[in-house]
Design a binder for this molecule. Structure first.
Ligand code: SDX
Length: 447
């Protein structure tokens, strides 16, 4: 039998500053245990149970880690109840309006906004790394042309470790680590463009020295070897906003994967390749592709949103409203609000009429007034509208999650770097064993 009490102890130090230090105590099997309470800079509180098993013999159990903090991090803060998202203390709304993707990447990875000179050097260093070793095409040529882009991406990113063996050194100097980071930031957009070109059977387009990060990427995707593609500013700005909004999101499934793989001293390419695979799942980053497929199904089935809301609520129906709900946000995902507005702007500027946009808006309106969704605090998330923009920009739906990965890359790098800088231990969760206990190995006559 145990009971759980939080005690507040007030210590007054010699400088008369009040230091509020809390502890949490509980009794188990008649023994009293006390553990420190940690308060983050945004006043989140956690009970530090790092000595729980040593002191009590007990572990905690928390499937999906809904109540478990894996680390302390200074990179991204989100408040799910209030719908707040900040990168290194800057509101996502301000960054989406005023910043650039590479400036946000620098901010996430190194902790502060760079000066103009530092940002220019960062940009130059990355651009120098955008060419990919021609021998990488030998892996690439083996993929069937219809194979899913996320499988190709994770394979090619992991393969970079073969071409840059110095990255395998877990004790890289800061300078060597910077080179690995820059190399991956430079090569990812080129690799993504190779995947797009392969799906079309077109020759790849190489990066150009006179283009910026996003227009280089878009030219490698939509340009041709015999002619560059000129883009409407609205298109480039939509990509800028989408990449910034996807850049990091604290300890989500794929980022936790990058951190735990990196915690074994695996190199950055291997850790990010693992993160790409985690992001692929339709419950996570794969949702942006699943949303468009869902909206298309609803459109082709006559556009009856009420029918699909009923399916989403029916426990006997495996159908889920893709792009709705979130493990942390129990309010609007701030990114979804920004993307929804960008969606309207881009489609209007490009003169694109996409019937699934009206279906998405009808679905959102109906769900937000439906008691099932209200009771469970299910709101549109980042994936609900993003696919509509990607499609308006000319991407096929199986490329949407690859675009999510391109945006998330700086966040994965920042989190992997923070985990290493903080010298965090290898991630190795415990379990509660529920299987067979002592069994005798039978001789042949007994089975
Ligand atoms: C991303 O973590 C991150 O930060 C991720 C991300 C990032 O930037 O990295 O924000 C990106 O992954 C966004 C989420 C994309 N996924 C989807 O849109 C897929 C659809 N959504 C769900 O499957 C679900 O909402 C999750 C996976 C996102 C969250 O699942 P949880 O937190 O484990 O919640 P749950 O499954 O326990 O659901 C709680 C209740 C259940 O009903 P009851 O058992 O209480 O009756 O809500 C229901 C669920 O059935 N529910 C849904 C629903 N989502 C939750 N019912 C219908 N449709 C949905 N979409």
């Amino acid at each position: 039998m145990g009971c759980f009490v939080i005690h507040f102890y007030i210590f007054v130090n010699t400088h008369r500053n009040l230091i509020m230090s809390e502890t949490a105590s509980f009794t188990l099997d008649g023994n009293k245990f006390e553990f420190p309470v940690i308060t983050g800079t945004e006043n989140e509180k956690a009970i530090d149970i790092s000595k729980l098993r040593d002191q009590s013999g007990y572990i905690t159990l928390d499937p999906g880690f809904k109540n478990t903090g894996a680390t302390k991090s200074a990179i991204t803060f989100l408040d799910g109840e209030k719908g707040i998202l900040k990168y290194r203390g800057y509101k996502i709304e301000d960054l989406a309006e005023k910043s650039t993707f590479l400036e946000v990447a620098y901010l996430l990875i190194f902790g502060n906004l760079p000066s103009k000179e530092v940002l220019e050097q960062f940009r130059t260093d990355i651009k120098k790394q955008m060419m990919v070793h021609e021998d990488m095409k030998m892996f690439f040529s083996g993929f069937p042309s219809k194979s899913h882009p996320m499988g190709q991406l994770s394979c090619l990113v992991g393969a970079l470790s073969a071409f840059y063996p110095e990255s395998l050194n877990p004790n890289q100097s800061e300078e060597e680590e910077y080179k690995t980071i820059i190399n991956l930031l430079g090569k990812m957009p080129t690799i993504v463009s190779w995947i797009q070109k392969k799906s079309l059977g077109h020759p790849v387009v190489y990066p150009k020295k006179d283009l910026g990060y996003i227009d280089n990427f878009m030219n490698m995707i939509f340009g041709e070897v015999n002619c560059d593609k000129i883009f409407d500013e609205a298109v480039l700005d939509a990509m800028r906003i989408l990449l910034i909004l996807h850049a990091d999101h604290e300890q989500n499934c794929s980022t936790s994967t990058v951190r735990i793989v990196g915690s074994s001293n695996a190199n950055l390419y291997a850790s990010v390749s693992a993160g790409i695979n985690a992001l692929w799942g339709p419950l996570h980053g794969g949702a942006n592709q699943a949303v468009i497929e869902m909206l298309e199904d609803i459109k082709n089935d006559g556009g009856d949103v009420e029918k699909y809301l009923a399916k989403a609520k029916d426990k006997n129906d495996p159908f889920r409203l893709m792009g709705f709900g979130h493990r942390v946000y129990k309010n609007f995902d701030p990114r979804a609000k920004i993307i929804k507005k960008a969606c309207d702007d881009v489609l209007e500027k490009l003169g694109v009429e996409d019937p699934v946009l009206d279906i998405a808006k009808g679905l959102e309106k109906a769900a937000l007034s439906d008691q099932y969704f209200i009771d469970r605090k299910l709101y549109p998330n980042v994936d609900f509208y993003s696919g509509i923009i990607y499609r308006a920009l000319g991407f096929k739906s199986d490329m949407f999650t690859v675009l999510f990965a391109l945006g998330r890359l700086p966040g994965w790098i920042a989190q992997w770097k923070e985990m290493r800088d903080n010298k965090e231990p290898i991630g190795r969760p415990r379990q509660v064993y529920t299987g067979e206990t002592d069994r005798t190995y039978p001789d042949d006559t007994q089975r």
